[in-house]
Write a protein that binds this ligand. Structure first.
Ligand code: NAP
Length: 427
């Protein structure tokens, strides 16, 4: 019998409890032994729960779960208070208990330290649910692709942002309206800053990069932008160009180092990722031997996320052992951050409608040796000038950003330019 303790009885925690109860026989057959919930902890003992915890021991302080002698695995599903989750993880591993979590921030920021501790004690540290909810992304990288070398990966990793962009695209509404709609329907939290500013995607990308490239997560080298500045006009222009706008987490390894960034980008409509709408997630993994592999599914929600937690528990019950990041923590490399490889860019400007303004802009681009592939212009909008969209041929991101800074300084530019990468796709 594998005995577990669970901290957190919210959306995911309750679904795990429910899954353990409902699927007990199947889980026991797959795991080779029964998996039993021995103890739980959350903030408020009196709160009504979406799961049945009758007969399960209640512990007020989640840190105490690590000290219980009749527990083999501690599952952390609290999120939120970072210090509490970290303390619990450290204490559980130190006490020789396996540790399972869905907490991407904890793993992206402290995963290497925790992996060292897991190896020293020696127990399993598992976090499949931390990236892509129910999509088996980490297992695919660590196990199924152990014989390949992933060279590039990118994807839609945040359901809240994808829902917002999908609604903006399909209904032509502004960002703020789409956000409040997402909040109303439970796709976005009241405080959704980490989601829409790209922070959540950056945490997930850092974990994917660690498993894909065998390098310690490094949040500091991920240039991160959110979707707050995207307008319906951008989505319309993108559509006219045969593209969709998605918030991407992107990483590529080359001989020079690792390029990694998070930001809204245009992807051609022929790309399978362009068709991923609503709260779904999807990731493309490009292996040297396998080529493209695309995984897609529900990246959040109690039931899908609990499936990943239960799979981690079954692995532990089966006696499966693997380093948390695919290779021993001491052998994880250090990321050498490099600038993104040259690519096409989308640039939307709001300009004062007067003669010569386009010539000023194209002059700056010419001076930076950036050439224009397409230029789209719209009629005047009320008092706000004219939107001009430029598609730039392949250019280095650093050069393009420098040119955009110079353009932004022109007195004829009325609002902050919107620059997005174009991630081309060849089927
Ligand atoms: N929701 C998803 O779809 C999803 C998907 C993937 C990963 N995750 C991750 O899974 C984790 C849990 O997410 P969730 O959506 O289930 O969160 P949630 O619904 O807010 O639930 C959090 C639970 O943890 C408890 N808790 C919070 N802080 C605590 C503390 N300091 N001490 C004791 N208990 C504490 C809460 O207790 P009370 O109920 O008593 O307040 C609640 O039961 C997070 O790390 C999240 O990032 C979530």
């Amino acid at each position: 019998m594998l005995r577990i303790a669970l901290a957190g009885l919210g959306t995911v925690g309750a679904a795990v409890v429910q899954g353990l109860r409902e699927g007990a026989d199947l889980i026991a057959s797959r795991a080779g032994q029964s998996i039993t919930l021995q103890a739980v902890s959350a903030r408020d003992k009196k709160r009504e729960r979406a799961c049945d915890i009758s007969g399960v021991r209640w512990v007020d302080d989640p840190r105490q779960l690590a000290e219980l002698s009749d527990i083999d695995v501690v599952v952390e599903l609290m999120g939120g208070d970072e210090a509490a989750a970290l303390e619990l993880a450290e204490a559980a591993l130190l006490a020789g208990k396996h540790f399972v979590t869905a907490n991407k921030k904890l793993i992206a920021e402290h995963g290497v330290k925790l992996a060292h501790s897991a190896e020293a004690h020696p127990v399993q540290l598992s976090f499949e649910a931390a990236v892509g909810g129910g999509i088996p992304l980490l297992k695919t990288l660590r196990e199924a692709l152990a014989g390949d070398e992933v060279e590039k990966l990118y994807g839609i990793l945040n359901g809240t942002c994808n829902y917002i962009l999908t609604r903006m695209h399909s209904r032509g509404i502004e960002f703020a309206s789409a956000l409040s709609e997402a909040q109303k329907h439970g796709y976005a939290e009241a405080d959704s800053g980490t989601d829409i500013k790209g922070g959540d995607t950056a945490h997930k990308l850092a974990i994917l990069v660690a498993l894909a490239f065998g390098m310690a997560p490094d949040l500091t080298s991920i240039r991160t932008e959110g979707i707050e500045h995207i307008t319906p006009l951008d989505l319309q222009f993108a559509h006219e160009l045969g593209c969709r706008v998605k918030l991407l987490g992107f990483a590529r390894r080359s001989q020079k180092g690792v390029e990694q960034w998070v930001g809204p980008a245009l992807i051609p409509e022929i790309s399978p990722l362009a068709q991923v709408d609503g709260a779904l997630n999807s990731v493309l993994l490009h292996g040297r031997r396998t080529g493209d592999i695309i995984l897609q599914g529900r990246g959040a929600g109690g039931a899908p996320t609990s499936s990943a937690i239960l799979a981690d528990l079954i692995d532990i019950a089966r006696g499966f052992k693997a380093p948390a990041f695919g290779i021993p923590a001491g052998r994880l490399g250090k990321i050498k951050a490099v600038e993104p490889q040259p690519r096409r860019h989308y640039l939307r400007l709001q300009v004062n409608d007067r003669p010569g303004v386009v010539a000023e802009i194209t002059g700056i681009l010419r001076d930076e040796a950036l050439s224009i592939e397409q230029l789209l212009q719209r009629g005047k909008t009320q008092n706000e000038g004219v939107p001009v969209t430029i598609i730039l041929h392949e250019g280095e991101g650093v050069v393009v950003r420098r040119a955009v800074k110079k353009i932004e300084a022109l007195p004829t530019i009325l609002a902050q330019p919107n620059l997005m990468a174009i991630e081309d796709y060849q089927p």
